[in-house]
Design a protein around this ligand. Sequence first.
Ligand code: CA
Length: 254
Amino acid sequence: MTAEVEYTEQPVEAATTPKPAVLVVEDEQNIRELVCLHLGLENYDCVQAGDGEQALKLARSRSFDLVILDVMLPGLDGVTVCRAIRRDSANPDVPVLMLTARREESDKVVGLESGADDYLTKPFGVRELVARVRALLRRGPKPLVASAASKEVAKAIAYKHIEMDPARRRVRVGITDVDLTSNEFHLLYVLLSSPGIVFSREALLSRVWKDQTFVTVRSVDTLIKRLRKKIESNPAEPEVILTVWGAGYKAADV
Ligand code: CA
């Protein structure tokens, strides 16, 4: 038996609350074990993978509540693994926290529609890691149907040539299906549900990101940029999501 015995479920806790399952993908053994040690202390159930292939195999074989994914991996890199998890696994909506070594990698993670929900730049503090993990788990996998239930009834909507079906989390632009992350989907849904209404960045933050702690109004701009690339025919001259200078964003009046 190995040290992993320490993390086996305590009968009492197992009977009341199941531990959230976290897939930790990191080729550097020290970091991987450190992450698992601390998440274990927080009562998370960690499964370790040392490379992308192994991670994908695991993600296809069972469900996880969260994936922590290093960007620089031997073989399949983290961004590729993340896309594959979104596209073809048992965990298409799982929150993904990316670990990046450098600022440039962070930009890549945020900018290239990797599908990550959040990222941490190495070296990171354990408390910050735990806080991010908690925030992502609190939000959970439900993209829109549950989180928006309080305010919007998650019904299908059509706006110009765009159709959104929250129940299936499907977006069609013209005749093309478009892949959106949870946050992208939710943001677009909020805007298209109320064409012509101007939403401030703060309003969008509170509606789309809700409980997530480590976001700023700049996250809204970043997400809008990514969304435009996916849905606008010319992202440089958007016709769907318009910038209202000094105020925020709105969907153009139909
Ligand atoms: Ca690495």
